[in-house]
Design a binder for this molecule. Structure first.
Ligand code: SAM
Length: 176
């Protein structure tokens, strides 16, 4: 499945850490890329540094025009999933997503533009309580992986220089 994350409403400085974690979570759980609506080259650089060390092909695109990307995504036959506590439940949404879908998953920071609720093919709630874009994305991607019979945590990250040898105690990392 081709998955890209659209991070909308990013405020430089205030959201840098959370947006970086949105990207890292997306990468760790199998998404292909993150589009950042807002300019923050530090976020892009931090995530790219992680990819350089730990591998994989995750990419970050800085300062994109979210509306143009969303419209183009739909024109190209992609599906737009907007994560929001006001949406339909994740349990109801998952059967409407197919393994050959190309997904753009949108997460907000502050209040998201109201037109997004209309443009999205599905507004999906990960529970109807307010929590966090990182948590919502992690749970959504994990459930999507489970639906496809994929274990979120056993994928390969080709080309990485660093690899963890799991330990019950202590840390072991081998570096190329
Ligand atoms: N008051 C904001 C609003 O009206 O959208 C909520 C901002 S919340 C801190 C940031 C983002 O987290 C939201 O835009 C949404 O993507 C995600 N989020 C928070 N709770 C969620 C939930 N229960 N289900 C799905 N996404 C959620």
């Amino acid at each position: 499945m081709n998955i890209t994350i659209l991070r909308i409403g990013h405020r430089q400085w205030r959201d840098a850490r959370v947006t970086t974690h949105v990207g890292l979570t997306a990468r760790a759980l199998g998404a292909d890329s993150m589009l950042l609506a807002g300019s923050d080259k530090h976020v892009k650089e931090s995530i790219e540094k992680v990819t350089e060390c730990w591998g994989g092909n995750f990419t970050v695109h800085n300062n994109i025009d979210w509306k143009k990307r969303v419209v183009q995504w739909k024109k190209d036959g992609g599906k737009i999933i907007h994560l929001t506590m006001y949406g339909v439940s994740i349990q109801e949404a998952l059967p409407r997503i197919h393994t050959d879908d190309k997904l753009m998953i949108i997460v907000g920071a502050e209040k998201v533009p109201s037109e997004l609720y209309r443009i999205a093919d599905l507004n999906v709630a990960v529970g109807n309580q307010p929590h966090s874009e990182i948590a919502a994305l992690a749970i959504f991607l994990d459930r999507l992986n489970i639906k496809q019979g994929i274990d979120s945590f056993t994928r390969n990250y080709p080309g990485g220089k660093c690899k963890i040898i799991p330990q019950a105690h202590g840390k072991k990392v081998i570096k190329d």
